[in-house]
Structures are given as structure tokens and as C-alpha cells.
Design a binder for this molecule. Structure first.
Ligand code: ADP
Ligand code: G6P
Length: 492
């Protein structure tokens, strides 16, 4: 589609991420259907336009046979103008690396949930075998990068799936320009040090020339981990190891705000808006849009809404919560448990406060297409983002981008990276404090127009001036500068 059409220009950029912007579904021996992938990383990287980009990643599917692999590579080529290059991972690697080490160990740890207890670990065998699979998978990504690398390319590695990649790449070619960016929080060094493979992961990330995080705090945590756990020296620029400097800095991501703002003018989006307005006429609408992930605080959000209804009987038939929760990482047991937990709470509350004609919570287990999503963002009165931890949270940016005419209220967790950029316009909450969130819901629903306008204006200005394109341009130019400086230093 139109959004995958990167504009070619000077510098070649090899983006390497576990997830490709499209995921594949097989329909026959050599027939594939491609669907947009969901998640903040994909959203951010799709907003990057001013490079000649190749995107290397996993298509989310096991393709054991060569015929299928060739057909898929070709389908990606044709559909995406040769810009998406698949990495093939077999079922066992996906189980141990993606479901295991990435999503059962690193993801929960980096979001302060901690390491799996025995019962959670037993489902995917031991730390060591999962870490071995992780390294093996990272080496497979490195092999594909090496196959497509041309001298002068910038290689930009992304996220917790690929912490071992900078080392694999530099071992092969020390001149390669390698950057690494983390889309999640980097936790306090006291959390990171729990990880059995804490040393190897830090060392491998440090092989990159430039290491980036969403916020200054995450960067600081990473530097502390390097100084306290590895005993290296931290400098204002980064971390130094035997004369080699790894530059470390914060690069807060944004969205392609123009794409959202322009979409609101499209007839199909306007049609969706009309339908939604009719459907919910006479009621205020609160919106939640999340992957169904334990870090999003979805149960806490719903319980806070229940408390609000409990304490404000006059609002009971006048407000509805739309929670759009797309299933994610469904082979990981923790995620399956969360799904049933959320369904149970929603069912209970709808039973308690619903009537013959209306229910207070509409919960959908699915993703919405871009047009439906924009329409929802535009017509709703309040967005509720209650992440228990979140690297940035781009849903909050998307909501703000679509609210120029309505000036709805954003309730935002103070534990999302976005709290640092949208905090002045949003109502910040501690999602663990259900009473506080419930009263913020009341405050948001009753907020006078001038206050809504003031808060929205503040955030809108930020969202349109800190875009994904600017994020990528800043990171890549910083990487280029870092390398020139390093060359000058070695010449001295
Ligand atoms: P994360 O990266 O953890 O998923 P973000 O809020 O940063 O969190 O990014 C989520 C991205 O996925 C956003 O671009 C959002 O539009 C999209 N998304 C999340 N849930 C849905 C959904 N139910 N339907 C469609 N898109 C969704
Ligand atoms: C977060 C991660 C991304 C990931 C996305 C969706 O945004 O930072 O790396 O792609 O979630 O998760 P998934 O496991 O489906 O790729």
C-alpha cells in the first residue's frame, strides 16, 4: 500500500528488527497473504521516509520449505518494492527465542514485572537453552544483513530481540556503521542485574557505535548498568571500554502525524465517524487501544472504570468505554491468561451495570484498520492509557493527532515514556491507584472547554513537531557524526 512506499534518496539504511511491517499468512504452497503488523516499532519505522531503506526482519510465520521461502521473499519484493527482506526462523527457534527469551524473559524484566518463576519458565525450558537460541537467532539476522550490506550503509538494529546483533555484525566487519535502539524501557540497573546473561548482553550492545533510548532516564539506567555491572567508565557522551567509546543518548520517537491528520479528511474515515457518532449519541465515549499485553494495565483500567461507575450513578447510562485490544504473542501462556482475565472482568462489570439496551464496556479482541482507528480517535471524548510501564506509547500520540477539532482529554500513565513529552497536557495517573484513575475519569468527563483546549494545544504542538521522520534523521545523523569523531580520535 501507499504507506510502505519509502522515498529513495542518498543514504542507504538497513533497518533490522525482529518484526517486518507486514506479517504473512500462507494460503497454499506458494501463495501468501500479507497483513500489516501491529505495534509501536512498526508504526515508528513506517514513518521514516527520507532514506533508501531496506527492512530486514521475520515475517511472523514458519516456512520450513524452500519453495515457500522463495515465494514469500518474492511476495514481499513485489508488494513492497524490494524493500522487505525476510529472515526465516524455524519453529524451535521461534519457541525458544521469540516466545521464550524475548517475550517471557526480556520483555517482562525490562517492564519491571521481573523474571519468570519456575512455573513460567518450565513451559519453555531453561534460561540457558533460551539464551542459546537467542544468540543463534541473532546470528541468523546478522547473516542476512551481511548478505545485503553494501559499503557505506547505515545498519540500524532495533529492540530487545536483537541485543546480540551489534556484536555479531562488528565481529564480521569492524567498519560497519552500527546503531542500536531500544523501543522498551531500559530498567534500573538493579533490575537488569537479575538477568543471568546480564554481562553478555551489555557487552554486545556496547559493540554498536551509537545506542539510543526513548528517554534520558532509560539511557541513564543503561549507563549505570555498564558502570556498576561491567565496571566500565561512564562519560557524558556514553561508556568507555579500553579507549573505545560507545555513544549513548536519548532519541524520543514520534509518529507520522501528518498521515493521521490528513486521513481525517478522507470520505471513508468521515463515514466511520458518522456511524460512530450515531451509535453513541447522547453518551460520552472513552477509548482504550492497546495490544493485549500485561504491560498495558488493561485490567487496572477496567477496574478503575468500574469504580467510577460505582461512585457516580448519574453517569451510568451516559458513558461507555470502548476497549480495542488486539491479541498479541498468543503462544506465550502469560498472554493467554491475561485474555481470560480481561474477559472475565468485562463480563462481570457489564452484568453489573448493563441494561437491556446498553452495556458500559465494549471490548473487542481485534485490530482495527487504519481508517476505523482514525475515526475512533477523532470522535471519542477521552483516551485512557494506563500502561504499568511502556517505552513510549504511541497510541497517546495518535489520539492527540486526531483531536484537533474535538479537543478530547488524554489520561496517561506516568509510567509511559510519553508522560515526559505529553505530561503537561495530559492528566497523569498512577495506574496502580484505581481510586485516582477513577477520579481522573470524572475530572476528564467534566472538564470545561477552555481547559481541554489549552491541554490539547500543548500536546498537539509536541506531536506535530516531534515526528518519526525527525527521530530517525536525528539518530542516523548522530551515528554518522559519532563515527567521524571516532576516526578523528584514533588518528590523533
Ligand atoms: P506497543 O508498541 O507496545 O504496541 P504503542 O502504543 O507504542 O505500543 O504502539 C502501538 C501501535 O499499534 C500504535 O500505532 C497503534 O495504532 C497500534 N495498535 C495497537 N492496538 C491496536 C488495535 N487494536 N488496532 C489497530 N492498531 C492498534
Ligand atoms: C513492541 C515492541 C516491538 C514489537 C511490538 C509488537 O512495540 O517494542 O518490538 O514489534 O511490541 O509485538 P510483536 O511481538 O508482535 O512483534
Amino acid at each position: 500500500g501507499e504507506r510502505l512506499d519509502f522515498r529513495a534518496s542518498k543514504q542507504r539504511l538497513l533497518v533490522v528488527a525482529n518484526r517486518l511491517p507486514v506479517s504473512a499468512v500462507r494460503h497454499g504452497e506458494d501463495s501468501w497473504q500479507l497483513e500489516m503488523s501491529v505495534g509501536g516499532l512498526v508504526t515508528a519505522l513506517l514513518g521514516v521516509k527520507e532514506f533508501d531503506t531496506r527492512w530486514i526482519g521475520w515475517a511472523g510465520v514458519n516456512v520450513p520449505d524452500e519453495i515457500g521461502q522463495k515465494a514469500l521473499a518474492k511476495a514481499l519484493d513485489e508488494k513492497l518494492m524490494q524493500r522487505c527482506i525476510p529472515v526465516f526462523l524455524d519453529e524451535e527457534v521461534v519457541h525458544q527465542y521469540y516466545n521464550g527469551y524475548c517475550n517471557n524473559i526480556l520483555w517482562p524484566l525490562f517492564h519491571y514485572i521481573g523474571l519468570p518463576q519456575e512455573d513460567r519458565l518450565a513451559t519453555t525450558r531453561s534460561f540457558q537453552s533460551q539464551f542459546d537460541a537467542y544468540k543463534k537467532a541473532n546470528q541468523l539476522f546478522a547473516d542476512v544483513v551481511n548478505e545485503h550490506y553494501e559499503e557505506g550503509d547505515v545498519v540500524w538494529c532495533h529492540d530487545y530481540h536483537l541485543m546480540f546483533l551489534p556484536k555479531c555484525l562488528k565481529e564480521q566487519n569492524s567498519k560497519m556503521k552500527v546503531g542500536w535502539f531500544l523501543h522498551t524501557p531500559f530498567p534500573s540497573s538493579e533490575i537488569h542485574r537479575m538477568l543471568p546473561s546480564r554481562l553478555e548482553l551489555l557487552r554486545s550492545v556496547l559493540a554498536a557505535d551509537l545506542v539510543g533510548f526513548h528517554t534520558y532516564d532509560y539511557a541513564r539506567h543503561f549507563v549505570s548498568a555498564c558502570t556498576r555491572i561491567l565496571g566500565l567508565e561512564g562519560t557524558p557522551e556514553g561508556v568507555e571500554d579500553q579507549g573505545k567509546l560507545t555513544r549513548i543518548a536519548a532519541f524520543p520517537v514520534g509518529i507520522d502525524s501528518e498521515r493521521f491528520i490528513k486521513a481525517l479528511e478522507l470520505p471513508e474515515v468521515q463515514d466511520h465517524m458518522k456511524v460512530l457518532k450515531q451509535r453513541f449519541a447522547g453518551r460520552k465515549v472513552m477509548l482504550g487501544v492497546d495490544r493485549l499485553d500485561m504491560i498495558k494495565g488493561i485490567p487496572q483500567k477496567i477496574l478503575a472504570f468500574e469504580k467510577f461507575l460505582e461512585e457516580n450513578p448519574n453517569w451510568r447510562n451516559k458513558v461507555v468505554l470502548l476497549q480495542i485490544a488486539v491479541p498479541t504473542r498468543t503462544d506465550v501462556p502469560e498472554y493467554q491468561k491475561l485474555t481470560s482475565q480481561v474477559h472475565e472482568i468485562v463480563g462481570r462489570i457489564n452484568g453489573r451495570f448493563g441494561s437491556l439496551t446498553a452495556v458500559p464496556i465494549h471490548h473487542l479482541d481485534r485490530s482495527l484498520d487504519f481508517h476505523e482507528l482514525c475515526a475512533l480517535y477523532a470522535v471519542t471524548d477521552v483516551a485512557l492509557v494506563t500502561s504499568l510501564r511502556d517505552g513510549m506509547n504511541l497510541v497517546s500520540y495518535e489520539y492527540v493527532a486526531c483531536q484537533e477539532s474535538k479537543k478530547g482529554v488524554l489520561i496517561l500513565s506516568e509510567f509511559a515514556g510519553a508522560a515526559q513529552s505529553l505530561g503537561a497536557g495530559a492528566i497523569l495517573v498512577n495506574p496502580w491507584n484505581v481510586t485516582e484513575v477513577a477520579s481522573s475519569i470524572g475530572y476528564a468527563l467534566n472538564m470545561p472547554a477552555d481547559e481541554r483546549e489549552r491541554r490539547h494545544h500543548h500536546n498537539f504542538k509536541h506531536v506535530i513537531s516531534h515526528t518519526a521522520q525527525e527521530w530517525a534523521a536525528t539518530f542516523v545523523s548522530e551515528l554518522n557524526v559519532t563515527i567521524v569523531e571516532a576516526q578523528l580520535r584514533t588518528r590523533q
